[in-house]
Design a protein. Structure first.
Length: 411
């Protein structure tokens, strides 16, 4: 295989990140922006031990699912991955991806025919922009070069409105010293956080964004409310500058409703990796008692404030690593566990402890089908998958969210 040579290839399928897969000299090559059933002329960019990376030189035969990306920055910006695919193709890719992962890792065929998708543009309620002099935008993929953008089509419209204002500010004030800006939107109220600013421009910056609900500079509130309020299912949640909250509010609401649908008047529910308590509090309406477990102190503090805000008395939070809290939980008569671990999944100690406790139900929420399948390979000792539901939390990217309902065989 030669880095300087062009090759004619047929694209066979996708890999898990949406690259097209082909073979050159019987060696696997991943081709960026390639679609299955296309015939392409490609060049090889890098060769690794088990695969190579390539790019398209010419499309000889084009897939019917290829579209012109709606975003003018798509091929430069590293924020989205799949805008060259139709929405129908994106959803099919994600369904096939989940099925393939479970087949490969768990050696099972799961029943999954559709994915819940609600909004494909303007869905992100939180965005972090990089700034360099008068440029503002996102890094190019695998680079520290900023793609200068006027608007981000997957971001909330309020974020794009204020992006124009911040662009004007940094152009007018060359010595601003800002390198990162975070926008967050809840119920159409906007929070802006900047990492730094020239002291001489601080008051001018605040005056520029005085209409916003919250302004943070260097992690300190300088104007307005310390938190935003997000409504979900008749509950209110304080969302601070550092709070974790799902970036797609509409999909999050539907995903949480699905998770709650598996809980039927359980006496005691445990919510592992509970964060700021969003799902824990939603669970409170369906249980006698809910216990949330979270290791981040600030998140637990926010969660307790949300309890007070919603006047909830049947929920408690434990600030601990999940694996260390299992000993405490053994003393409880647990009917169901809901878990929403990070992308890296859960750890073996926690999974083994769950098998010892063996509640009737586990609802596993995952943003990474690979670690979900890996963890199920341990849990399948005592649990069967009753249902997997997919949610398109991040349209136009290769990421996909799953709610997996597991039922104990003792049940």
């Amino acid at each position: 295989m030669d880095l300087n040579k062009e090759y004619i290839v047929d694209i066979l399928r996708y890999n898990n990140e949406g690259y097209g897969v082909c073979k050159v000299d019987n060696f696997i090559v991943f081709v960026l922006y390639a679609l299955p059933l296309e015939k392409l002329k490609i060049k090889i960019d890098k060769i690794y031990n088990n695969y190579a990376l390539g790019h398209i030189v010419e499309i000889i035969k084009e897939s019917k699912s290829r579209i012109l990306p709606i975003c003018p920055y798509f091929y430069q910006c590293g924020g989205c991955d799949l805008m060259h695919q139709s929405i129908e193709e994106q959803l099919k890719f994600k369904i096939d991806k989940i099925k393939s992962i479970f087949n490969k890792i768990c050696n099972i065929n799961i029943n999954l025919d559709e994915i819940n998708s609600y909004n494909t543009l303007n869905y992100r309620n939180k965005v972090i922009f990089k700034v360099n002099n008068d440029k503002i935008g996102f890094f190019k993929e695998k680079s520290n070069d900023i793609v200068d953008i006027k608007q981000c089509l997957i971001s909330n419209k309020e974020i794009n409105n204020n992006l124009t204002k911040i662009r004007n500010f940094i152009k007018e004030n060359k010595n601003h010293n800002i390198s990162e800006i975070m926008f967050r939107v809840c119920n159409d109220k906007v929070m802006i956080c900047i990492d730094n600013i020239n002291d001489n421009l601080k008051d001018k910056f605040i005056d520029t964004f005085i209409d916003l609900e919250s302004i943070y500079i260097k992690n300190k509130i300088v104007h307005g409310s310390k938190t935003l309020i997000q409504n979900l299912d008749n509950f209110k949640f304080n969302v601070s500058a550092k709070s974790f909250f799902q970036v797609n509010t509409l999909v999050a609401q539907n995903m949480y409703n699905k998770a709650l649908s598996y809980i039927d008047k359980s006496d005691t529910i445990v919510d592992l990796y509970s964060g700021t308590g969003t799902l824990t509090i939603l669970l409170s309406k369906k249980a006698k008692k809910v216990i949330g477990v979270e290791v981040v102190k600030e998140a637990v503090r926010d969660a307790k404030e949300n309890l007070i805000l919603n006047k909830i008395e049947n929920v408690e939070f434990i600030c601990s690593k999940v694996e260390n809290a299992i000993g405490i939980l053994r003393k409880e008569n647990i009917d169901a566990i809901i878990m929403d671990p990070p992308r890296s999944g859960s750890d073996k100690k926690t999974l083994k402890s769950i098998l010892e406790i063996c509640p009737d139900k586990i609802v596993y929420i995952s943003c990474n089908p690979i670690t979900l399948a890996r963890d199920y390979n341990i849990l399948k000792e005592k649990y069967n998958i009753k249902e997997i539901t997919a949610f398109d939390m991040f349209p136009n990217t290769y990421h996909v969210e799953c709610v997996c309902f597991l039922e104990s065989r003792k049940s």
